[in-house]
Design a protein around this ligand. Structure first.
Ligand code: NAD
Length: 421
């Protein structure tokens, strides 16, 4: 990691985003109780998990589960393993999940897990014991009808299978619907691996279409060469875009002609860094954000575009594939600079959308082909992107504020019908 700025006040930032939308939306502006209720998670569980390390000693790991809002359905959200995980970050991520599930209109609420650990320092056995220990610590608060976790940064299908197995043993029955993002052998959904990236592409296509543009011919700056970012880069290249700037946690590269994403994927699969790619100039990671290109895609961590670097942004459009990569202060400057931002809660919702499909299939015990998953994904994005774009026009505001207004309305309606507000 080159820096850890992403840990600063993620929760405060999330609250500011909601505040802004609330001030625009009469139903919230005129009834401050509504803001009060959604501006905090309902429950935060903090645990310390003892793990027997390979050397025989026991080490304690600190973890959190934040459950923000479940008015529209069970809490839903990823599990992050990262050395900078903290309470504020997990609270923010759970809040974004509530709005994300509402803006794409699925019957789920918002939650998030985080464990403060650098998983790269653990052996596979230690990682499995940590994953299982975490489930033992909080299994009473989760479950298919209560709270359904999924992968996030540094967690993957294998970890979900361990966790689902541990949960199933604890409750005494096979419970595939307790976790999503599982491998296909444990009844994950076809299409889950590329879902976030595929959805990102569909969102981008739709928004560009509304602006009379297309992906073909666009140049891309991409920060973060992981599951979400690199997969999206590959899909955009297939549609005729060119990635010219790219970075991961160890640095960045630049080639004004093109960067071969297939080659980068090979390098990353072999645990290399993007800097190992030979046909490009190397640079520090954060510089990637400030370069000339049509579309900038932050796909790493929070708080990457801040007051310090926002004025250097040169892209015409930003798609937030990461959660919370732009601080509210920087967001305001981007608005003044007339650089449109497709917000995270809309742009990266593909993972949770297919997680929802996975849950539906687990509940039915009947499984869909990839084409069926993709067709359902496409249908949902068209509805979500159009309602955000229409709301942005109606309220004369940004896509971000519009997305929050769309989501807020749905959450408040559910809370109001249930008598919560
Ligand atoms: P990942 O762990 O697969 O990849 C993260 C990438 O970011 C890695 O290449 C890492 O090297 C890079 N990175 C980390 N710090 C960096 C820095 N300072 N500068 C440049 N690169 C840096 O994670 P992911 O699953 O791709 O998730 C990335 C982001 O997308 C996160 O914000 C996550 O919450 C969000 N997201 C992911 C999904 C999903 O399905 N994977 C869904 C929704 C949102």
């Amino acid at each position: 990691m080159q820096d850890s700025t992403h840990i600063q006040d993620a929760f405060e930032n999330a609250q500011k985003q909601i505040r802004k939308a609330c001030d625009l939306y009469d139903s919230c502006r005129l009834d401050q109780n509504k803001y009060e209720v959604i501006s905090q998670p309902k429950r935060i569980i903090e645990v310390n998990i003892p793990v027997r390390m390979d050397d025989g000693n026991i080490k304690m790991f600190n973890g959190f589960r934040s459950q923000h809002n479940d008015a529209r359905g069970p809490f839903k959200g990823g599990i992050r393993f990262h050395q900078d995980v903290n309470r504020s970050e997990v609270k923010a991520l759970s809040m974004w999940m509530s709005f994300k599930c509402a803006v794409i209109d699925i019957p789920l609420g918002g939650g998030k897990w985080g464990i403060t650990v650098n998983p790269k320092e653990l052996s596979e056995g230690e990682l499995e014991r940590l994953s299982r220990g975490y489930v033992r610590a909080i299994y009473k608060y989760i479950g298919p009808e209560t709270d359904v976790p999924a992968p996030d940064v540094n967690t993957n299908p294998k970890i979900m299978a361990w966790m689902m197995d541990e949960y199933s043993m604890l409750v005494g029955k096979y419970s595939p619907g307790s976790f999503t993002g599982k491998p296909l052998t444990s009844w994950g959904s076809k299409g889950r691996g590329a879902a976030t990236a595929q959805w990102g592409v569909y969102v981008l296509q739709k928004i560009l279409e509304l602006r009379g543009e297309e992906i073909k011919g666009k140049t891309i700056c991409l920060q973060g060469a992981g599951n979400a970012g690199l997969t999206m880069a590959g899909l955009m290249v297939d549609l005729g875009a060119t990635v010219v700037w790219l970075s991961d946690s160890r640095g960045g590269i630049y080639n004004k002609e093109w960067i071969d994403i297939a080659k980068i994927s090979e390098i990353k699969k072999n645990r290399g860094a993007v800097g190992d790619y030979k046909d490009a100039q190397t640079l520090w990671g954060k510089e990637v954000l400030e370069q000339e290109c049509d579309i900038l895609i932050p796909a790493a961590l929070e708080n990457q575009i801040t007051q310090d670097n926002v004025k250097n942004i040169k892209a015409n459009l930003i798609l937030e594939l990461a959660n919370g990569p732009i601080t509210p202060e920087a967001d305001k400057v981007l608005e003044e600079m007339k650089i449109d931002v497709i917000p995270d809660i809309l742009a990266n919702a593909g993972g949770v959308m297919v997680s929802y499909f996975e849950q539906v299939q687990n509940n039915l015990n009947f499984y869909w082909e990839e084409e069926e998953v993709d067709a359902k994904l496409h249908k949902k994005i068209t509805a979500a992107a159009c309602s955000v774009a229409e709301t942005a026009t109606e309220y004369k505001t940004t896509y971000r504020a519009a997305a929050y207004i769309v989501a807020m309305k749905r959450i408040f309606d559910a809370m109001s019908d249930r008598g919560e507000v």
